[in-house]
Ligand binder design. Structure first.
Ligand code: DX5
Ligand code: ZN
Length: 219
């Protein structure tokens, strides 16, 4: 398995200094920049859209890992591709045509990710696993940073690890929500190879970013 990739979520950054925050997590060792897009409809919170993301894209060359909590989502895929997304991840729960959304992301030349809410079974991936580059398991209900990790998701992570290995394809298995050094280790044990963290990275201000990212790697 690959060494774990850490994707700090800029939802927990200081929005007044967003460009500097992206530069700071890059310098602190982030592997990917996780971008949480919330529409106030699919989830009960609003964050930011493609224009804000585009304005900070030039602050780093690291991949942008874009998590779209938007329903319906299809009309926004082109805008996030143009704004500089590398991976675009869409919820199976966001509409009836997840397969079409993933096909469209591939047509745009981007990595396609699929994400499952805590109440959604791994089985939903049966007919999607062969077309995705990333599976994201939500370990909190999406909408807010700073929530508590839901331990029942560890079983789902382990089940999806088996599905990925059986597929023979290189698919990243990422976990999002309530990740700290303790839950990070449990997710890695269950088979995750990428972790999103908001609170655990940003909690101490910029001087803590490098140590907080290292701690998630178990260092
Ligand atoms: C929740 C978001 C997460 C969240 C993670 O809807 O997808 O990425 O910001 O924040 P923490 O690490 O604070 O749980
Ligand atoms: Zn996220």
């Amino acid at each position: 398995m690959n060494p774990v990739r850490i994707a700090p979520s800029i939802l927990s950054a200081d929005f007044a200094r967003l460009g500097d925050e992206v530069r700071a997590i890059d310098a602190a060792g982030a592997d990917w920049i996780h971008v949480d897009v919330m529409d106030g409809h699919f989830v009960p919170n609003i964050s930011f859209g493609p224009a804000v993301m585009k304005s900070v894209r030039g602050m780093t060359t690291k991949p942008f890992d874009v998590h779209l909590m938007i329903s319906p989502v299809d009309a926004y895929l082109d805008a996030f591709a143009e704004a500089g997304a590398d991976t675009i991840t869409v919820h199976v729960e966001a509409g009836p045509h997840i397969h079409r959304s993933l096909q469209h992301i591939k047509v745009l030349g981007k990595r396609a990710g699929v994400v499952l809410c805590p109440g959604t079974p791994a089985k939903m991936l049966d007919y999607l696993i062969d077309m995705v580059d990333l599976v994201l398991v939500m370990s909190v209900n999406p909408g807010f940073g700073g929530q508590q990790f839901i331990p029942s998701q560890l079983k789902k992570i382990a089940a999806i690890r088996k599905m990925i290995d059986a597929s023979g394809r290189a698919i990243d298995l990422e976990v999002d929500g309530g990740i700290d050094p303790d839950t990070a280790a449990r997710c890695i044990d269950a088979g995750a190879d990428a972790l999103v963290a908001g609170t655990a990275v940003f909690k101490d201000g910029p001087h803590g970013y490098a140590a907080n990212i290292a701690a998630l790697r178990g260092q």
